[in-house]
Design a protein around this ligand. Sequence first.
Ligand code: NAD
Length: 248
Amino acid sequence: MDNAIARARELIGSARRLAVLTGAGISAESGIPTFRDAQTGLWAQYDPMQLATEEGFRADPALVWRWYAWRRGLVAGAQPNAGHRALAAAQSRYEHLALITQNVDGLHARAGSTELIELHGNIMRTVCLDRCGFAEAAPERLPSGEPPTCPRCGGWLRPDVVWFGEMLDPEVLQAAGAQAARCDAMLVVGTSGLVYPAAGLPVGARRAGAPVITVNPEATELDGLAAVCVRGRAAEVLPRLLAAQAPG
Ligand code: NAD
C-alpha cells in the first residue's frame, strides 16, 4: 500500500484542480452501513424495491418512512471520520477542489467541506411526494412513525433522496460532469462503481486526460481505468494521501 500511496500523492500533489467522488464506503467508518457490503450492507437486510422506490413508498408509506427515520437517527448520531476531515482540510491547498458525493448523509458538510455536489440528495431534507414544490430541511420536526403530510398540498412528504428508477437533478449532474471534465486528477473513494450515472464521472475525467486514483479496501468496477488503486480504508488512507507535502 505504501508504494500506491506514494504514487497517488504524486498525482494528487501535482494537480491544481482536484475532483473527488465519494460513495457509501467513506462513511462506513462513521458507523453508517454501505448498500452493498455483504455482511453489513443495508440491502443485505432489506429489499431495495420496497424501501427505495416511489412504488414501494406508495404501497406502504409508513414502512418506508420508518426505515428512513431510523437511517436519519443513525446519521444524526454519527460523526464525520478522519477521511471526511482530510478532504475538508485539503480544500485550501488546491486552486479548486470539487467534492462530488453519492452519499445522502451530510457528513462531508459537517466535516467542513464547502463546495459540495450531492448527487443523490440529502436524507435530512424532505420534499412533497407529488412534487408540488414544498421542500424543507428541519429533521428535528419530523415524526418517526407515520409520514407527515405536505402543508401545501396535503400529499405525503418523502425524503429528498434519489430513489431507484428516478433521474438525478439534471443541473446537479451537469455540474458534476463539468468538474470531472475540467479536473487535473480525480480521486474516487469508497464506491463500488456500480451506480450510474455517478460511476460515469471517473470515465469522463479519464477521457479528458486526468488520472483516476481509487481508494477502497476491495476491488471495484472502476479499477480498470485507474492509474493507481490504493487498497485500504478511507479514514486511514485519506489523511496520508492528502497530508500537506513537506516543503522540499
Ligand atoms: P456501495 O454500497 O455500492 O459500495 C460501497 C463501497 O465502499 C464498496 O466498494 C466497499 O468496498 C467500499 N468500502 C467499504 N468500507 C470502506 C472503507 N472503510 N473505506 C473505503 N471504502 C470502503 O456504495 P456506493 O458505491 O456509494 O453506491 C451507491 C448508493 O449507495 C448511492 O446511491 C448512495 O446514495 C447510497 N448510500 C449512501 C449512504 C450514505 O449516505 N452514507 C449509505 C448507503 C448507501
